[in-house]
Structures are given as structure tokens and as C-alpha cells.
Design a protein around this ligand. Structure first.
Ligand code: PHE
Length: 499
């Protein structure tokens, strides 16, 4: 039999470029092994999305060994016809022993009327009955062997099957179509994709050609990387602050000095919040000594004897108490640092926010842990009023989905007036406390060096509380801690329109 062709990748891609095709049809039409076509497919697919395949099962007529013999030499009837001497005929007995499958050939040729039999001098002799014949069977087998069966009639297929020249079998094949990265010349894809340490060491990379980057490739969807509800809430609030023109304060110090956490905020040293029952003290290092000395002096004075129109607290302020290191109990310590810096840099109106952790030495229960996230905000400008503070909350909470707000007078050592903020939860039909706020006192701002007529509005909200309500959690441990329900994190919606 003739040697099989080999298929080049380039030719293969040119064929795919013309039309979608199946691997089996390609193999039969080009007379190559189906396995070779599949090899080429696999090799091209390893380079990316050049071609796509879909597995399918194709019903396929193939030639039997006998069928292949007919394809090569002609049908039995054709061979019988040819064997017969065109002039004198051939004795039947001679015909029967000289060619393979002579009986079949003789019978078929007879019934086709190609030959006739006569007695010549008592000997049965076979004569040709027509001058020429066409070997239909061979022609049809040729068509079948090249996968070209569309014009072959069903009767013919049945007939050839009955003669055991062809068989039908189910063959796994691939439907091939172009991929997103289809190209006719894939040689660049075979270039090295990455620089190796060896190429760098030998400087070989300078002379090398590399696989071009495919900037249009779609990335893989990551399996992980789901945001925890707390982080989603933080991202949403951060987005709202940024939309409202706030910039974020640096909150990267969980350990804070009592001076910034309390004293700078005009919180007296005997205040119960400064007790070890409410505050975590740091033992190593226990103290911070690099504090701005002149400012410390002014803070000491305002605590002890007032000034700026205040009488002060009238007690002995001790630097040793102010130097004590603690875990910050609120991010208002960060606001104090920022406002002091703003005064030193030359005051300009500012809007700041932060969302980060604070720590309190509290008894833990279903709604309290010893740490939580505080949402802090500060607005410093001339001519601000309480109306502006309320206006900011109206805007901020509207963006969060809370439309109804209520305020209740409160007390903080560093604000006057002070307001507790309540939001109406439409789902639970209840008012919930969402934070605390106020206007910073002159006893806090003026020792920092801020201009007299600057007003600073400020607030602190809890991040966990609104999120617990949003997700319907009755226990804060479902939201914070080492035991997390990963399914809940995977499955909770990307965003919620309800609150
Ligand atoms: N620091 C306060 C708290 O922790 C919140 C607050 C911040 C109140 C700023 C007024 C002004 O509850």
C-alpha cells in the first residue's frame, strides 16, 4: 500500500482557517492516521487557545481487508470480466481456478450482463457480453475511503456491507474550530515564554527571541479571594468617605501613648476610662518619652489650670501618666495627632477619616469583644456649626442606606456639644445606636496651636455593629475571630442594597 502522508501544523491550521472540520474527516480526506491528527491537535492546544475542540462520536464506514483488496485491484466481477479473453472467450473451469473469489465474480458479472456462457465443442466457455464495463464497486469504495459518502446511496452501502467490503463503526473524533488566539503561524508561541536564571547568568537572553505577551488573554477566575463582610463594609464606607472628599489618616500604630489617646484630648488623668479595667497597658516598652515638649507643657497647663477661657480640672497633671503606652482605645488618638500636625504645618481646612482597630479591656459577651473597628471622622474648617455635623451624617448614612437619623445629647471630655447618633433599621423596625460625635473643645484644639476661629467636627462609629445588623448576626463571633464560616464568606452577596 502507498505510504501515508504526513500533516504539518501549518497546513492543518490553514485547513481549520477555511472551515470548521472534524479530525476524522481530515484524516480520511488527507489519507493520514486519525491518531496523527489528534497528536497535532493536542500539540497545538498546549500552546493556548489557538484552536478549540469538542469531542464527538461519528458513525464511520471503513473498508474491510477484502474491501481494500477490491479498492486496489478492482471488484471480483471486474476481475472476472477482465480475465476473459475478449476474442475466443475463456473456459469456465479455467476462470474458476485462476482468480480469487472467482465464484462471486462470475455470479455478479453474470447478473450484471457483463458476460455470457456458451458450450463450445462441449466445453462451457465464458464470453464477454459487452465491450467495456465500469467498476462501480471500486469507484464507490474509493469514495468511502476518502470519507466522501454524501453521494453514495443507502442501497449501495447496504450491498457493500452485505458483501463484507465495508463495516460501520463508531469512532471518537474532534470537532475543531478556531480559538480566541487563532493564528496561522504558531511558531512564535513555541518561543520561550520566560527568562530563566541561567539565561540571565549567561547573558543569553539578550540575543533571544521570546514569546510575545498576549495582552488580550482572559485571566483565570480566582477560586479564593472573597471579601469578608467586615472588609466589604470597610470598603463601602471608605468609598463613601472618598466620594465625600475625605482623605484617609494613617492608623498603623495599635500601640499608642496615653498622651495622644487621652491627655491631648483633654481627658483628665483620673478619668475611669484610663483605668486598667478599661485600657490595656503595655509593659514592654512601658513608656513613650519623645513627646513634643512645648505642646506637652500647654496640655499640662490646660488640665491643671485651664486657659483659653476654661478653668481646667484643677489637679496635679503627671507626665509619667501621660507617657504610659497602651493599646489605643479609640482612633480619636490618630485624629489628635493629625490635628496637631495640621496646626504645625500651617492650618488649612481638612477632612479626614480612618477605619481601623481599637482595643478595650471589656467583659466579652455576644456583642462585645476586646477589640473592634472604629470608623473615625474629622472635619476642620472655619465657620462650622452643629448643622454641618448633622448634614454630614445625613449624607454619609444616606449613602449607606439609612435615611432616618436621631441624635441624643451626650458627654465626652473632648467635645461640646456631644451627640449620640441613632439610625432607624427598617428591617428590625428599631432605632440603633451607630456612633458618638461632637465639636472638639477649645481646651483640646487651642493648645495644639490651631487658629482660634477654627471649628473641628468629629465622630466615631462602630464598623461591626451595622454589619451585624445587615447580616442578621446575633453574635459578634460570627463576624470576628478565628472560627469563621467560610461558606458564608464565599456565598454572601457582593453587594447589598438593603441595610
Ligand atoms: N472617641 C469616641 C469613642 O470612642 C467617639 C468620638 C470621636 C466622639 C470623636 C466624639 C468625637 O466612642
Amino acid at each position: 500500500s502507498k505510504p501515508k502522508m504526513t500533516l504539518q501544523e501549518g497546513n492543518f491550521l490553514a485547513l481549520v482557517n477555511e472551515k470548521n472540520i472534524t479530525s476524522l474527516l481530515l484524516a480520511t480526506q488527507l489519507d493520514i492516521d486519525h491518531q496523527d491528527v489528534i497528536g497535532i491537535i493536542k500539540s497545538i492546544q498546549s500552546l493556548g487557545d489557538v484552536i478549540r475542540t469538542e469531542q464527538m462520536e461519528e458513525n464511520m464506514w471503513t473498508l474491510t481487508q477484502e474491501g481494500n483488496g477490491v479498492l486496489e485491484r478492482g471488484s471480483h466481477e471486474f476481475m472476472a470480466y477482465n480475465f476473459i479473453n475478449p476474442d475466443q472467450g475463456t473456459p469456465q473451469q479455467e476462470l474458476m481456478k485462476s482468480i480469487p473469489n472467482a465464484k462471486v465474480g462470475f455470479n455478479k458479472a453474470m447478473s450484471l450482463g457483463w458476460i455470457r456462457i456458451e458450450k463450445v465443442a462441449g466445453i462451457a466457455t465464458v464470453f464477454r457480453n459487452v465491450d467495456t464495463v465500469t467498476d462501480n464497486v471500486q469507484q464507490v469504495l474509493q469514495m468511502i475511503s476518502t470519507g466522501n459518502i454524501a453521494s453514495v446511496g443507502g442501497d449501495m452501502l447496504k450491498n457493500l456491507k452485505g458483501r463484507k467490503l465495508i463495516v460501520e463503526s463508531l469512532i471518537k473524533s474532534y470537532f475543531i474550530s478556531k480559538g480566541d488566539e487563532f493564528m496561522l503561524d504558531i511558531s512564535p508561541l513555541r518561543l520561550p515564554a520566560e527568562i530563566t536564571a541561567a539565561m540571565l547568568a549567561s547573558n543569553a537572553w539578550k540575543q533571544m527571541e521570546f514569546k510575545p505577551l498576549n495582552l488580550r488573554a482572559k485571566g483565570n477566575l480566582p477560586q479564593g479571594g472573597h471579601l469578608h463582610p467586615l472588609l466589604k463594609g470597610r470598603a463601602q464606607m471608605r468609598q463613601i468617605f472618598i466620594e465625600m472628599g475625605f482623605s484617609e489618616m494613617p492608623t498603623n500604630n495599635f500601640v499608642e501613648c496615653s498622651f495622644w489617646n487621652f491627655d491631648a484630648l483633654f481627658q483628665p488623668q483620673q478619668h475611669p476610662a484610663r483605668d486598667a479595667h478599661d485600657t490595656f497597658f503595655i509593659s514592654d516598652p512601658p513608656l513613650t518619652t519623645d513627646l513634643p515638649q512645648e505642646y506637652v507643657e500647654r496640655v499640662k497647663r490646660v488640665h491643671e489650670s485651664g486657659g483659653y477661657g476654661s478653668t481646667g480640672y484643677k489637679y496635679d497633671w503627671k507626665i509619667g501618666e501621660a507617657q504610659k503606652n497602651i493599646l489605643r482605645t479609640h482612633t480619636t488618638a490618630v485624629s489628635a495627632r493629625m490635628l496637631y500636625k495640621l496646626a504645625q504645618d500651617g492650618f488649612k481646612p481638612a477632612k479626614y477619616f480612618s477605619i481601623d482597630r481599637v482595643f478595650r479591656n471589656e467583659t466579652m459577651d455576644s456583642t462585645h469583644l476586646v477589640e473592634f473597628h472604629q470608623v473615625e471622622g474629622v472635619v476642620a474648617d472655619y465657620n462650622l456649626t452643629l448643622g454641618h455635623l448633622i448634614g454630614i451624617f445625613a449624607e454619609f448614612f444616606k449613602k449607606l442606606g439609612i435615611e432616618k437619623l436621631r441624635f441624643k445629647p451626650a458627654y465626652n471630655p473632648y467635645t461640646e456639644p456631644s451627640l449620640e447618633i441613632f439610625g432607624y433599621h427598617e428591617g428590625n423596625k428599631t432605632w440603633i445606636e451607630v456612633g458618638n460625635s461632637g465639636v472638639f473643645r477649645p481646651e483640646m484644639l487651642l493648645p495644639m496651636g490651631l487658629p482660634k476661629d477654627v471649628v473641628v467636627l468629629a465622630w466615631g462609629l462602630s464598623l461591626e455593629r451595622p454589619i451585624m445588623i445587615k447580616y442578621g448576626f446575633d453574635n459578634i463571633r460570627k463576624l470576628v475571630g478565628h472560627k469563621q464560616d467560610m461558606e458564608m464568606i464565599y456565598n454572601n452577596p457582593i453587594c447589598r442594597l438593603d441595610f
